[in-house]
Write a new protein. Structure first.
Length: 590
C-alpha cells in the first residue's frame, strides 16, 4: 500500500507539473501574440535590411518548439519570408539598401535561389543599393550575391566556383547484404526513380536527362552572373575549369569575381558611406524577423488565396514523413481546396507547388479537387523548385502554369516498386513459410516469396493503366493531343525554360507573376493575397514534434545535410503507396 501511494502521488505530481508548464507556455504565447498584434516594427530613417544567408532554405518554415527550448535547432529560412522581406524593403522609403552576409547556406533547389536573386534584382530597380559580404562564398551564395552592386570578400576567404555535378547513389547491393531486393514495374524509359533501389548506376536515358538539366541550370547561372559582374560566359566557364576556388584572393579581385577584400568591420564603413553616416554613428538595421513585422502595403480589394503544396504527395497523414509540413496529404489538400472553392471571399487561387511527386493515387485525388475548384474560380499554378511527376499531375489541370527557368518539371510517368523480403526472412533469419489458399492469387503480396511472372504481368497492366490516365490528364489539361504528350512524357524531367517550349508550362515567372495572372483571370482591379493552409499554432507544433519525433529529424537533417532527403525517403518507403509518380530519386546537385 505504501508503494502504491508513493507511485500514485508521483504520477499526480507529474501530471500537475505538465499542466503547469503548459499553462506558463500558454500565457507567454498569449502575451507575445498580444504584443505582436499591438505593435509592428518601426523603421528608422536611413535603415538597412540585413539578410543573413545562413541555414537551410525551405518553401515555408515551421516552428520547432522543442529545438528552440533546448537551443539545439538548425536555422531554417522560409523562401516566402525572404521574398516578402525584400518586397517590403523595396516599398519602404526609409530602407535605403540591403546588406547580404553570406554564410553556410543550403537552398532547397536551384529555382529557389533563382527566385531570391530575381527579387533582389527587382529591388535594385527602385534605385536602392545592395552590398554583399562573405568570409567565404559557396557557389550557391555567390550566385545569389553576385547581383549586388558591390561584392566584398574576407582577405583570407574564397569564392567556390566549380560548375555543377549530380551525384546519385545506389543501394541495391547494400540491400542485398540484408537479403532484400525490389521488384519493379514502370512505364517510361526516363522514369528513373527506382534505380536507387534496383540498379548499380545510371541508365543511359537517365544520364541523358540529368546532363540536360544540370547543364541547363548551369547556363542560367552563368548568364545571370555574367550580366551582373560584366563578365563573359566563356570567362566564367574558364574560371570553373581552372578551379578558381583555391586561387589567391587578390586574383579573385583581378578577374572581377569580387570588388574588394575587406574585414567585417571595414564593410560597416562601406555601408556607412552609402548611408552618408559619420564613422561614430550606428547603422539602423532590420533583420529578417524584424521585416516580418514591418507593415507592408495596405491590403484592400478582393482576396486571392495562395495555397502552398510542398513536399512528398501521400495518401493520408499516417503515410507521410516524420517532419511536420514536409508532405502534401491528399485527404487534407482536397478538403482545403473544397473550402476555398466554397469561400465566396476567395476570388481566385494560386496553387504554389514545390513537390517531386509521390503517390499516384493521391495525385489523382488532388487533380480532381483542382478540376472542381477551377469550375468555380480561376486556378493558376506557380511552380517552385520541383513540380514534377505527381507534382506535375496536380498542376496540369490549372487555367495557367508559371515556372521558374530552373524548375524541375515534367517526369510524366509511373512506377511500382515492391520489396521482396524473402531473402532476409528465409536465407538470413531462417524463417520458413508454408502456404494454404482458396484461390489462385490468394497469397498475392506475401513476404514469403517474390511475385511470379503472372502476378508481375497483372501489376504491369495496372501500372500501364495508371500511366495512360496520367497522360490523358495532361493532354486534357494542356489541350494537347495524347500523341504529343507521349513524345514529351516517358518519365522525362524537363527544366522550366524547356517546358515552356513544349507547352508543359505557359510562362516563366515567380509567385508574383502567378498572382497577377490570377487577378487578371478573375477580372480583379484591386486584390490582396492570403496564404493557405494556415500555419500550425505553437501548441500544435509542440504536440506534433513530441509525437512525431521531429526534433530527432532536425538533428538528422543537420548531420546529413543534402543527403537527409534520400535517407528520409528510404526510411519511409514501406509506408508509401507502392504506385508512385515521383522524380528520379532525390537529386543532389553540387
Amino acid at each position: 500500500m505504501k508503494d502504491f501511494l508513493k507511485y500514485t502521488l508521483a504520477t499526480v505530481t507529474g501530471i500537475i507539473l505538465v499542466f503547469a508548464i503548459m499553462l506558463i507556455l500558454g500565457v507567454v504565447s498569449l502575451v507575445g501574440l498580444a504584443a505582436s498584434e499591438a505593435s509592428s516594427t518601426k523603421v528608422k530613417s536611413n535603415s538597412v535590411f540585413t539578410l543573413m544567408l545562413s541555414g537551410q532554405l525551405e518553401e515555408r518554415t515551421e516552428e520547432n518548439i522543442i529545438g528552440e527550448l533546448t537551443g539545439q535547432v538548425s536555422e531554417n529560412l522560409g523562401l516566402d519570408e525572404i521574398l516578402n522581406a525584400i518586397r517590403k524593403a523595396k516599398e519602404n522609403d526609409d530602407i535605403k539598401g540591403i546588406y547580404i552576409e553570406a554564410g553556410l547556406f543550403s537552398s532547397d533547389s536551384p529555382a529557389s535561389s533563382y527566385a531570391i536573386r530575381q527579387a533582389l534584382a527587382d529591388f535594385k530597380k527602385s534605385g536602392k543599393w545592395i552590398i554583399a559580404y562573405g568570409d567565404s562564398y559557396t557557389q550557391n551564395t555567390y550566385y545569389i550575391c553576385s547581383v549586388a552592386d558591390k561584392v566584398f570578400l574576407n582577405p583570407q576567404g574564397m569564392v567556390d566556383w566549380h560548375g555543377l555535378a549530380a551525384t546519385p547513389y545506389f543501394v541495391k547491393d547494400l540491400l542485398a547484404k540484408f537479403g532484400v531486393k525490389y521488384q519493379l514495374a514502370k512505364v517510361g524509359k526516363y522514369k528513373s526513380a527506382p534505380e536507387m533501389m534496383t540498379a548499380d548506376g545510371m541508365s543511359e536515358p537517365n544520364r541523358e536527362q540529368t546532363e540536360a538539366y544540370i547543364n541547363g541550370i548551369w547556363q542560367v547561372m552563368l548568364k545571370d552572373v555574367a550580366a551582373s559582374r560584366k563578365l563573359s560566359v566563356d570567362s566564367l566557364n574558364a574560371y570553373a575549369d581552372r578551379f578558381i576556388t583555391l586561387a589567391p584572393q587578390e586574383e579573385l579581385v583581378r578577374i572581377k569575381l569580387v570588388d574588394k577584400l575587406l574585414y567585417t568591420n571595414e564593410v560597416r564603413g562601406e555601408i556607412k558611406k552609402m548611408l552618408k553616416l559619420d564613422a561614430d554613428e550606428d547603422i539602423p538595421q532590420l533583420s529578417l524577423s524584424d521585416m516580418a513585422n514591418v507593415k507592408g502595403a495596405k491590403q484592400k480589394g478582393d482576396q486571392i488565396a495562395v495555397y502552398y503544396a510542398t513536399g512528398d504527395i501521400v495518401d493520408t497523414e499516417a503515410a507521410g514523413m516524420a517532419q511536420q509540413g514536409s508532405e502534401i496529404v491528399a485527404t487534407k489538400v482536397c478538403r482545403d481546396l473544397e473550402e476555398l472553392m466554397n469561400d465566396d471571399d476567395v476570388k481566385a487561387v494560386v496553387l504554389r507547388v514545390n513537390s517531386p511527386g509521390g503517390s499516384a493515387y493521391a495525385s489523382e485525388q488532388i487533380w480532381n479537387a483542382v478540376v472542381n475548384l477551377k469550375a468555380k474560380k480561376p486556378v493558376v499554378v506557380s511552380m517552385g523548385g520541383y513540380a514534377a511527376s505527381g507534382g506535375y499531375y496536380i498542376s496540369c489541370a490549372a487555367n495557367y502554369i508559371f515556372a521558374e527557368p530552373t524548375t524541375l518539371t515534367g517526369s510524366i510517368g509511373i512506377f511500382g516498386m515492391f520489396p521482396d523480403f524473402s531473402g532476409l526472412l528465409t536465407d538470413k533469419l531462417g524463417v520458413k513459410f508454408d502456404e494454404v489458399k482458396t484461390n489462385k492469387f490468394s497469397a498475392f503480396g506475401t513476404p514469403a516469396r517474390p511475385f511470379n511472372a503472372e502476378e508481375m504481368s497483372y501489376l504491369e497492366q495496372y501500372i500501364d493503366r495508371g500511366y495512360e490516365l496520367f497522360r490523358r490528364r495532361v493532354a486534357d489539361g494542356r489541350k494537347l493531343p495524347v500523341e504529343q504528350v507521349e513524345e514529351i512524357a516517358q518519365g522525362r524531367v524537363w527544366l522550366g525554360n524547356a517546358g515552356l517550349k513544349i507547352k508543359l508550362v505557359d510562362e516563366l515567372g515567380g509567385l508574383d507573376a502567378a498572382v497577377a495572372k490570377a487577378a487578371k483571370l478573375a477580372k480583379l482591379k484591386e486584390y490582396y493575397t492570403e496564404p493557405y493552409p494556415e500555419q500550425a499554432s505553437w501548441f500544435d507544433n509542440l504536440l506534433a514534434e513530441t509525437n512525431k519525433g521531429s526534433y530527432l529529424d532536425e538533428q538528422l537533417r543537420a548531420t546529413l545535410g543534402e543527403y537527409y532527403a534520400p535517407f528520409a525517403f528510404v526510411k519511409q518507403l514501406n509506408r508509401q503507396n507502392a504506385i508512385q509518380a515521383r522524380l528520379p530519386y532525390y537529386l543532389v546537385i553540387n
